[in-house]
Design a protein around this ligand. Sequence first.
Ligand SMILES: N[C@@H](CCC(=O)N[C@@H](CS)C(=O)NCC(=O)O)C(=O)O
Length: 234
Amino acid sequence: MTLPTIRVHWLNESRAFRVLWLLDHLKLDYEIIPYKRDEGHRAPESLKKIHPLGRSPLVEIEDKSTGKKKILAESGYIFQYILQHFDQSNILNNTDADMSEKIQYYLHYVEGSLQPPLMIEYLLSMVQKAPIPFPISYLAGKITGKISEKYSSGELKSQLDFVEGEISKNRGYLVDGKLSGADILMSFPLQMAFQRGFAKPADYPNIQSWMKIITSLDSYSVSKDKANALGGKF
Ligand SMILES: N[C@@H](CCC(=O)N[C@@H](CS)C(=O)NCC(=O)O)C(=O)O
């Protein structure tokens, strides 16, 4: 089978890093089309030429014989597509049907449940750090603190508690005691939660050791070097 050309529309410091890592772990050839965040930390307008929503990651699949192209958006769907079409040896899939369904679950869970409270906490922290004059800054601090207390920090804690329990039950990984696409996809929000100080590493020992193991993989370093060479941390 001739594999198509795979192009990753990659934005620096973004979820797109996981797609590089997935492709590198599967040892697939691909091209990176880099985009740089603007001063407001947003994606440049040029990404909207690839997909109307202008978010990253976007993956372009081009059939080498016909030149026909398709654009894949949404990290979970991109993972599903790549695992289904390009992981025939089940390196990151699972041959057991129940376990395979569990991987699929995480492809939805990551953006559907884990990412929203994390994003709210991030936005609230940005408001708290913004250069707003007193007394508006005081009021903004009170309001954002209340939203966090009443919703997002508690919600994030239950999500992290859940993931901590799953890793513990599943022998150090998310599914079946071994690495799968779910681990690579889930790495981004979990790294963010700790790097941004929304959770204390000491409260989540299973997530910490899981993170240490998966980020020690050669494929992680290969992707990180590629991202760094393009001027992005991720
Ligand atoms: N649910 C989408 C989210 C995509 C998304 O929000 N990507 C961020 C990067 S982490 C982005 O492109 N941000 C730039 C912007 O919003 O301008 C996915 O999973 O791919």
